[in-house]
Design a protein. Structure first.
Length: 340
């Protein structure tokens, strides 16, 4: 276990043009100007270079490429002191339709990055999800803890669980200086319109009725993406090698309440939505116990008022139609084809 503070000066952030990765890049640019960031992103449907537009060129550089490309990694990684790996296929519904890119990017991509980190002796931080632990019953008092067994339900979460296990093995067998964080559901600016909160806000703005899966009682543990970024920085700089940290902000809410909070904010009646078919294998409830992160690394969320965070998020989508509009039609077409 390393007790030393790690001071990153030149990091690679994979997936830095996606939702959470770009929020992290912008947070680092603002809070740690001493740290240069190389974003490695394939620019899939979920990656948008506009998400990091306007940041100082001397501090943030974009390299368009695939994390599965070993030759590219061999050229790119030397000279950097850390890799923070966000890149992934991230959407459960897509993974049910076509799991192939999930296996490729999430499993093979992580393997290639670990090999590069090992070869070039670079610190590695792995971004993962609470979904690796499966789900909880609605009435269960228990929350996820770092040593819980892995029980992923979907093709997406099983590929994330696989990638976490690779990280654990590369640390133990090859001594790669690695940490893992498993975070709950993020919300905030720059989230793709396929995801729950942005989908509903942008649908209302387009005059489309929001869609609720199943009985609407599934619970997600919401955290503002800025609190996720702050936690990742703390783990990168102060985390103990080989350890897993769970990131969550006591934000449990069921889907119907989140949807009705959005409808209310946007001047719609509480029943102005459609019930649609449930997601196959739909996880019931996620809930994070963040005690280890709070006690060992001193992290605490600052966005503790979900209502205020939701106000800001609705406002962000209202004022950034140019950003989300190009993806909206194709996303809704895909959902309609699957009855959702
Ligand atoms: P996202 O789908 O918005 O962005 C993913 C990014 O990765 C995109 O920019 C995309 O172009 C890039 N990418 C995809 N395949 C790539 C490849 N082969 N090579 C290089 N780049 C590639 O995802 P997100 O919601 O921001 O999630 C980011 C990470 O955080 C993922 O690892 C996800 O599992 C994890 N996570 C997400 C949440 C959440 O609530 N969204 C919660 C916990 C953990
Ligand atoms: O828990 C962390 C995970 O959170 C991340 O690992 C994933 O990358 C991220 O996508 C998210 O997964 P979810 O499946 O929980 O998020 P999603 O936004 O797809 O759905 C949230 C909940 O809302 C879920 O219970 C399904 C439901 N839902 C979703 C959509 C898009 C609806 O009821 N209607 C919808 O239109």
């Amino acid at each position: 276990m390393s007790e030393e503070l790690f001071e990153p000066h030149n990091i690679i952030v994979t997936g830095g043009c996606g939702f959470i990765g770009s929020n992290f890049v912008r947070w680092v640019a603002e809070n740690h100007p001493e740290c240069h960031v190389t974003v490695l992103d394939k620019l899939t449907y979920a990656g948008n270079p506009d998400n990091i537009a306007g940041l100082p060129e001397s501090q943030v550089e974009l390299v368009v490429g695939d994390v599965c490309d070993a030759a590219l990694l061999d050229r790119l990684v030397p000279g950097h002191d850390a890799i923070v790996h966000y890149a992934a296929e991230s959407h459960n519904d897509n993974s049910i339709l076509d799991p192939e890119p999930f296996v490729q990017t999430n499993v093979v991509g992580t393997y290639r990055l670990l090999q590069a980190a090992r070869k070039h002796d670079v610190r590695y931080h792995h971004i993962s999800t609470d979904e690796v632990y499966g789900d909880l019953a609605l009435d269960e008092p228990r929350r996820f803890r770092p040593d819980d067994p892995y029980k992923p339900s979907s093709p997406y979460s099983s590929t994330k669980a696989s990638s976490d296990l690779l990280v654990r093995a590369w640390h133990r067998t090859y001594g790669v200086r690695a940490t893992i964080s498993n975070c709950s559901n993020n919300y905030g600016p720059y989230q793709h319109v396929e995801k729950f909160i942005p989908r509903q806000i942008t649908s209302i703005l387009c005059g489309i009725r929001p869609k609720l899966y199943g009985d609407g009682r599934n619970v997600r543990d919401w955290i503002h993406t800025e609190d996720h970024s702050r936690a990742v920085w703390d783990i990168l700089t102060k985390g103990h090698m080989g350890e897993t940290y769970l990131i969550g902000a006591d934000g449990e809410k069921d889907n119907i309440h989140v949807l009705q909070a959005i409808l209310e904010r946007m001047g719609q009646p509480a029943d102005a939505f459609d019930w649609v078919r449930d997601r196959p294998g739909h996880d019931r409830r996620y809930a994070i116990d963040p005690t280890k992160l709070e006690t060992e690394l001193g992290w605490k969320p600052i966005h503790t008022d979900f209502s205020e965070g939701l106000d800001q998020t609705v406002e962000w989508y209202r004022s950034h139609e140019d950003w989300w509009r190009p993806a909206k039609e194709a996303t809704e077409k895909k959902y309609a084809a699957q009855g959702q």
